[in-house]
Design a protein around this ligand. Structure first.
Ligand SMILES: [Fe+2]
Ligand SMILES: [Fe+2]
Length: 220
């Protein structure tokens, strides 16, 4: 059975992620390379484990987390579809049909306006991905450039980010530390309302509520 380790060591997958990193750099876009892939994979596995999914589902969530953005080197706007199709091409003869389709669907679903969830792996990948806001995602070097772009500004302002599951209260909690000298919390919301509503829908699918705590204030 294909594991995250196999995926991580596949030369084509690695090249997709490398080229994605280069394309995003060329566009002056936030980081979508190995750092993001590894972090989302780790978060996805942990989240899947914490909400009580099976070992295999945990593995598939980690694989989906690792691969969700690897289609970006073919184009930003449809990257979720490119990633899904590429994954299918690479692993179609190596994975069980059910597992394969679940990952493919999770990739296609992770960034879609008309997202409709039909499996837990997709829901996990959405939360693991959309919760990755952090200073280290900002590629642009100069502070002047960072200040000029709201996405950069908001990511740059986040100095700490963690995701936790409260199984008793049935809550998935995203905790952020934001440098409010750099960006007012309102700006954060301007940018992330859509993302957070994805997270809410995904948490809801899993039978959880989604909360955000910023600088110790519970906002949701
Ligand atoms: Fe994405
Ligand atoms: Fe992503």
């Amino acid at each position: 059975m294909i594991t995250l380790n196999d995926v991580k060591n596949h030369p084509q997958i690695l090249e997709f992620i490398r080229q994605t990193q280069a394309s995003m750099r060329a566009l002056d876009y936030t980081e979508h390379g190995p750092r993001h892939a590894n972090l989302v994979a780790r978060r996805a596995r942990r989240l899947a484990q914490d909400v009580g999914l099976s070992k295999r589902m945990q593995e598939l969530a980690a694989i989906g987390g690792f691969c969700q953005d690897m289609g970006n080197f073919l184009g930003r706007t449809r990257h979720h579809y490119w990633g899904a199709l590429l994954f299918h091409q690479v692993f179609q003869d190596k994975m069980d049909a059910k597992d394969l389709v679940m990952v493919v669907q999770a990739l296609a679903n992770h960034d879609k306006e008309d997202m409709k969830l039909t499996n837990a792996v997709s829901a996990i990948v959405v939360i693991a991905d959309k919760s990755d806001v952090h200073r280290s995602r900002v590629i642009t070097r100069s502070i002047k450039k960072i200040k000029a772009d709201i996405h950069d500004r908001v990511n740059y302002a986040v100095t700490k980010s963690s995701l936790a599951v409260d199984t008793k209260k049935k809550r998935i909690v995203l905790k952020l530390k934001i440098d409010t000298n750099f960006v007012p919390i309102m700006e954060y919301f301007e940018i992330f309302t859509e993302r957070m509503s994805y997270c809410r829908a995904a948490a809801d699918y899993l039978g959880y509520k989604f909360s955000i705590v910023i600088n110790s204030f519970k906002l949701l």
